[in-house]
Write a protein that binds this ligand. Structure first.
Ligand SMILES: *Cc1c(COP(=O)(O)O)cnc(C)c1O
Length: 470
């Protein structure tokens, strides 16, 4: 199956996205998808995803005559049914590992709609990508040489080079890819490097694309646009120097930041297109095919995590709700709470929104380390045992990017739609089953259970402790 249907225009979202999520949470509790047995799960609003994809397409289509391939950055939601939905909505797919490439192929993306980026591609990975005909962006001049050795003239792959325009970072260092010392791309402002890049294109007729992914959450759109403008100017310079239109496409990456404070999509894709057009008007005059690689801005606000409150307690004057959503599903938020704050909703045991006076509460997770708290001293209606919390805006990089700490199982993920026409009702579809304890054991080396005891010891006789417990 190769879904290529274009994104259809959709009606604006019903007022208050999180109001719709509350309805989904209540129904999930009623259907037993969330409860004592399944105390945490991820949920994705698939109509919301369709709307976000349509908004992306509309923002770029507003400038006529520019060919654009919009790819979805697989790492933002590495789940096959989600990728297949995106393919059906007219997206391509950006992948950055053998696993992500496999998921993209399984999801049904045609090879010419897949782009491979990654700073550490092996020869084997490159061989496979070139054989499949997926586009590849080299991360360095050394990688470009490797690709030159491996490619056959028959390969259908579009080949590009990732540059780092070094325009600076945003508010989150770990998300800023265009700092002077970033590990990504060829550092354009370093002495002599720009000339080497021009030369690399002059020498290779098959190298036809420039790629830049300037930043992610925390980078303002104007900063990203400045990096893209710098990349555009480089493309012009290269084509001028080579004397032919060597560069035919520019991959502008993703990185549009997401508003985690309320329901609004802010900045919008249209805001971003405006910023790009202001910074690099020539980018949109139709001479370059464009590729985008958005992840977070397409999915984050279309998903939430639901989790049960197992206990509450008071400690040092602070109320703490111990829930099943912690660092295993909200890793960044737990480790960098100021950079990645999440909105939390409070619900009763039936899944109805909790009302009542606000109380400062820590919303803690199940992991065994003290910092496993997803919200500190958050003012919420008082939570009780058996209640539920919703972690909003977690459709990208949260439930899809589970961390295996404490051998906690990957939670189930469901897609849902709300049948507004029939006066309500929420329908769910499985995206990923909850991980079983058999699977946890298998992934923890169960097949090799005896291997270390059977290995024996290299220590002199009597020093080892191999028989202590026998
Ligand atoms: C992570 C990544 C993206 C997507 O970034 P978002 O912030 O999710 O839009 C796109 N391109 C590359 C190369 C990336 O590493």
């Amino acid at each position: 199956m190769t879904p290529t249907t274009s994104a259809a225009p959709l009606a604006p979202p019903p007022a208050g996205r999180s109001a719709g999520f509350a309805e989904a949470l209540r129904q999930a509790v009623a259907d037993g998808l969330l409860g004592e047995e399944q105390p945490v799960a991820g949920f994705l609003d698939t109509d919301g995803v369709r709307r976000s994809v349509a908004a992306l397409h509309a923002a770029f289509d507003a400038v006529p005559g520019v060919p654009v391939l919009h790819t979805f950055a697989a790492k933002a939601a590495s789940l096959v049914p989600v990728l297949r939905l995106l393919a059906a909505c007219g997206m391509g797919c950006e992948v950055a590992s053998p696993g992500e490439l496999r998921l993209a192929v399984e999801a049904g993306f045609a090879p010419e709609r897949i782009v491979l980026d990654s700073p550490a591609k092996t020869r084997e990975e490159l061989r496979l990508a070139l054989a499949l005909g997926v586009a590849v962006n080299a991360d360095s001049l050394d990688e470009l040489r490797r690709i030159g050795e491996l490619r056959s003239p028959r390969s259908a792959s579009v080949l590009g080079l990732r540059v780092n325009p070094q325009v600076g970072g945003g508010s989150i260092g770990a998300m800023s890819t265009a700092t002077a010392t970033s590990k990504f791309g060829v550092p354009l402002r370093d002495p002599g490097v720009r000339e080497q890049v021009v030369d690399a294109f002059a020498q290779r007729g098959w190298l036809t694309r420039l790629h830049a992914h300037v930043g992610s959450q925390g980078c303002p759109p104007e900063l990203i646009a400045e990096g893209i403008a710098e990349t555009y100017r480089l493309a012009e310079e290269i084509n001028e120097a080579v004397g032919v239109r060597r560069i035919t496409g520019i991959d502008i990456g993703g990185g549009l930041p997401v508003n985690f404070t309320d329901d609004e999509d802010r900045p919008s894709f249209s805001d971003y297109v405006s910023a790009l057009r202001a910074a690099a008007p020539g980018l949109f005059d139709g001479r370059y095919a464009l590729v985008t690689e958005f992840g977070r801005s397409l999915l984050a606000k279309n998903g939430f995590i639901g989790a049960r409150v197992e206990y509450t307690k008071d400690a040092g004057g602070r109320r703490i709700a111990l829930t099943h959503a912690g660092a295993q599903v909200a890793t960044r938020t737990v480790f960098m709470p100021d950079a990645w704050p999440l909105r939390i909703g409070a619900f009763d045991a039936e899944g109805l929104p909790r009302k009542g006076p606000l109380l400062a509460q820590d919303i803690a997770g199940p992991c065994c380390f003290a910092g496993d708290v997803v919200a500190h001293a958050r003012e919420l209606p008082e939570l009780r045992e058996g209640d539920f919390v919703a972690l909003y805006d977690t459709g990208a990089y949260y439930f899809s990017t589970h961390w295996a700490y404490n051998s906690l199982p990957r939670p189930a993920v469901y897609g849902f739609v709300r049948d507004d026409a029939d006066g309500g009702g929420v329908r769910f579809a499985p995206v990923r089953d909850a991980q079983s304890l058999d699977s946890v054991a298998a992934e923890s080396g169960l097949d090799h259970a005896d291997s270390l005891t059977a290995l024996g010891t290299g220590l002199p006789a009597g020093r080892g402790d191999e028989d202590r417990n026998r």
